[in-house]
Design a protein around this ligand. Sequence first.
Ligand code: ADP
Ligand code: ADP
Ligand code: ZN
Length: 218
Amino acid sequence: MNLILLGPPGAGKGTQSVVLSKKYNIPHISTGDILRESVKAGLPLGLEAKAFMDKGELVPDEIVTGIVVERLKKTDTKKGYILDGFPRTLQQAVDLDEALKKESGRIDMVLYFETSPKVAIERLSGRRVCKKCGFNYHVKNIPPKKEGVCDKCGGVLFQRPDDKEETVLNRLKVYEGQTKPLIEYYTKKGLLKKVSGDMMVEDLFNVISKIFSDMKLA
Ligand code: ADP
Ligand code: ADP
Ligand code: ZN
């Protein structure tokens, strides 16, 4: 099952990816995570990307598409994969299609997480991430048992610099302008399936699992 998760920042794509990846035993490929790892490792790629990420702008298409195309060559994607946060521009979508065509690959479904800017802002401003294992919490919606500490590994929780308010507003603007056209692109291809990002984590997970079984994807 080859999936794309589409939706505004804060819609809950990363959170669902983690549980879906576990249930269906397919890798979760998040371009945001890969870029942040490159920044942390001090790679030239990371340094270039950081300037864009800090401002809430998109990293140039060639860089991000290159990362994904390389990642999809790994053998763990043979049974399927979840692309979280990619593609984010029409150019990325077209280039992904081209790259997949060469390898006789294809996307089975694009899950579109529909949510309002209001919910997205509330989610992003309350997001806290574990420094050690990367698990996502939310100060109100999904709080850790002990404030500031990861339930899973005891790591320290922090706020991503791009989750500060001014950057969040720019990211939503960028989403509206550059990523939203993908809804039409994938609708025309007959691949788009809309779900409500506003549901509780468990409920949304059940809805998505049912879609997969109804469509005989899993
Ligand atoms: P969120 O889902 O909260 O917006 P991500 O972790 O997916 O955050 O992305 C963080 C940042 O990484 C983005 O704001 C952007 O700068 C960069 N990024 C991630 N994916 C892409 C992409 N497909 N194209 C361009 N930039 C990207
Ligand atoms: P995205 O990957 O789309 O940017 P995340 O999965 O990182 O979004 O979720 C953004 C924030 O909202 C995180 O703090 C997360 O814990 C929280 N969150 C995710 N899904 C839900 C949900 N269904 N209901 C309430 N809060 C959620
Ligand atoms: Zn942790």
